[in-house]
Write a protein that binds this ligand. Sequence first.
Ligand code: MG
Length: 342
Amino acid sequence: MQLTYQPFELLLKHTFTIAKFSRTSTPLMLVQLTHEGQTGYGEASMVPYMGESHQTATAFLNKVDVSQFKYPFDYPAIIAYLDSIAPGQPAVKAAVDIALHDLDGKLQSKPCWQMLGSDPLKMPVTSYTIGIDTKEIILQKVKEAEGLKVIKVKLGRDSDKALIQTIRSVTNVPLYVDANQGWTDRQQSLDLIYWLQEQGVQLIEQPMLKTDIDSNAWITEHSPIPIIGDEAVQRLADVDAAKGVYHGVNVKLMKSAGMYEAKQMIDRASELGLKILIGCMSETSCATLAAAALAPQCDWADLDGPLLTVNNPYQMPLMVDGKWVLNNGAGLGLNDATSNYS
Ligand code: MG
């Protein structure tokens, strides 16, 4: 098995502002694994606040030698091996994991969603994210979201109510809210959550700092709508800790180090009675289809990466009625993926 990779800069349609950061592009590492004439594609999306970069990913990938595995799809052994190379760096590990799944599916002539036990008919609608912005840009973004069934709004600044009112002046679609740890007072947060419920908000992500477990747990106890831990929930070990603090967890491949552990997180969250949102970073069709392969096992999906970017190097997956369509192509179903990255 041979591993190759290329750095890539994924450009965003709009400057993206959340509670604590702004950016216009996201560095990716595109990974290919080749074995017996087939190629599996993977991708790392390295949003700056997570601490990974082209440099750290290159240094990591230079150390990866998958040829030592007798059976190249022994996922537990390979994931343990990747974790043994360096701690952290979940995005670059996810890139290798996604490429392995794609390759495995291609060699077995099976779609990844089938290998992972998903039912394509249970695909949830995906939300379309709108960052913090001026009124004019917000209205333009809502227009771009036409046809999408849910809008996810980034809050966590002083203008929260005004932003929701702007959106509500033009659309009645259900909303998800992501505070990105931006709220600072639990009672004020709860008052706002009751108001948001009246505005048709269906879930709230990460209201307060992930380290403020008491306040997040208090909000969860009192909230009329589900509270989801995102920044607080990175890998499998964090799922157990979310019980009693949040109603649910946000699973993302770029946090979980890929599809293998994301599936374990989904299974564990289900066992614990936690709700599951599957989310993404700024991603191409590749990582989006990887997450979509697991999305039917989740309550909600927020897989809008390819909708928010302008230079996706792959063909856009099919979306019908606000849901990604899982196709019968082998592996990720990225069958028309071209290697036209520059
Ligand atoms: Mg979030």
